[in-house]
Design a protein around this ligand. Structure first.
Ligand SMILES: NC(=O)c1ccc[n+]([C@@H]2O[C@H](COP(=O)([O-])OP(=O)(O)OC[C@H]3O[C@@H](n4cnc5c(N)ncnc54)[C@H](O)[C@@H]3O)[C@@H](O)[C@H]2O)c1
Length: 264
C-alpha cells in the first residue's frame, strides 16, 4: 500500500469516515490522508481499527481513531464534539459503515436481521448526516458522501434488508442534498458493485459452507462487464472526488463504481 502524500486537495480539512477499519473505509482513510486531511477514523471495533490504521505506515500520524457505533446518537455527538474541540470542525463525512445479511427466502427472513441491517445502513447514515450539520455550517459548508450499492438500484434474490437499506440511502442522499444546498453542504452517494473487501470475502466464506465450489472471483463477476471484482481504492477515489472542490457543482448524485453493472 503506497502511503505517501500525493496532493494537497484536503489540506486543513477534517474528514470523518465510518466503518474505517473495513475495506472501503480504510482505503478512504488513506485517500484523504494522502490528500493532506486530518482523518477521524470511526469503527465499532477498537482492535480491528488499531490494526487497520497501523497498516498505513507513517501517514497514520494524520489519523485519529474513534471507537463508536453509528446506530448510537451519543456516539455521533461524542465524535463531532471531538472533531470540533481538537481539530476545529468537520468538512467531510463519509457514511461508509455497513453490514449485509446472509441471503434467505423472504418467508424465512428473520425480523431481527432486517432490523439490524436497517439500523446500521439506514439509521446510521441518517444520524451521521444529522450530527455533522451544525459543525459543517459553522465552517461555511462541507461535503457528505454516503455509500449505497448497485443494490440501491436493483433487486437481488434473498438480500431483502440490504437491498432495501441501500435504496433508502439513495433516497436520503437526494433529500439531504436538497435540504442542505443553501448551507453549502453537498451530499452525494457512490454505488459500488462487488468490491474485494472483508465483507465480500465473509459472504464468500458463508456461501462456501453450503456450496464448496463457490468462488467470489469467478461467480460474483459474471454480471460485471469488466469481469473482475472492484478494488477498495477504486471506490475511495470516487468518494474523494465527490468530497473535493473539483465536484463543487455536484450534489444529490449517485455515482456507480461498478465495472459497468448498472449499464447492463
Ligand atoms: N464490498 C462490497 O462489495 C460493497 C459493494 C457495495 C457497497 N458496499 C458498501 O460499502 C461499505 C463498506 O463495505 P466494505 O466492503 O468495506 O465492508 P467491511 O465489512 O470491510 O467494513 C465495514 C466496516 O464497518 C464497520 N461497522 C459495522 N457496523 C458498524 C457500526 N454499527 N458502527 C461503526 N462501524 C461499523 C465494521 O466493523 C467494518 O470495519 C458498506 O456500506 C457496504 O454496504 C460494499
Amino acid at each position: 500500500m503506497g502511503t505517501n502524500r500525493t496532493n494537497d486537495g484536503f489540506n486543513n480539512k477534517v474528514v470523518l469516515i465510518t466503518g474505517a477499519a473495513g475495506g472501503i473505509g480504510l482505503a478512504s482513510v488513506l485517500a484523504f490522508a494522502r490528500g493532506g486531511a486530518t482523518v477521524i477514523a470511526m469503527d465499532l471495533s477498537g482492535v480491528q481499527l488499531s490494526n487497520a490504521v497501523a497498516e498505513l505506515g507513517e501517514i497514520k500520524d494524520s489519523v485519529v481513531e474513534f471507537v463508536g457505533n453509528v446506530t448510537i446518537v451519543e456516539d455521533w455527538q461524542k465524535v463531532v464534539d471531538l472533531a470540533v474541540r481538537d481539530y476545529g470542525g468537520i468538512d467531510v463525512l463519509v457514511n461508509n459503515a455497513g453490514i449485509v445479511e446472509t441471503s434467505s427466502r423472504l418467508e424465512n427472513f428473520e425480523e431481527s436481521v432486517f432490523d439490524r441491517v436497517m439500523a446500521v445502513n439506514v439509521k446510521g447514515t441518517f444520524l451521521g448526516m444529522k450530527a455533522v450539520i451544525p459543525a459543517m455550517r459553522k465552517r461555511g459548508g462541507g461535503a457528505i458522501v454516503n455509500i449505497s450499492s448497485i443494490s440501491g438500484h436493483v433487486g437481488n434474490a434473498g438480500v431483502h434488508a440490504y437491498t432495501a437499506s441501500k435504496h433508502a440511502v439513495l433516497g436520503m442522499t437526494k433529500c439531504a442534498a436538497i435540504d442542505l444546498a443553501l448551507d453549502g453542504i453537498r451530499v452525494n452517494a457512490v454505488c459500488p458493485a462487488p468490491i474485494d473487501t472483508p465483507m465480500v470475502r465473509g459472504m464468500e466464506a458463508r456461501v462456501k459452507k453450503h456450496n464448496p465450489e463457490f468462488d467470489a472471483d469467478t461467480m460474483m463477476t459474471g454480471g460485471i462487464p469488466l469481469k473482475r471484482l472492484g478494488r477498495a481504492e477504486e471506490v475511495a477515489a470516487a468518494i474523494a472526488f465527490l468530497a473535493s472542490s473539483q465536484a463543487s457543482f455536484i450534489t444529490g448524485a449517485d455515482v456507480p463504481v461498478d465495472g459497468g453493472v448498472l449499464a447492463t
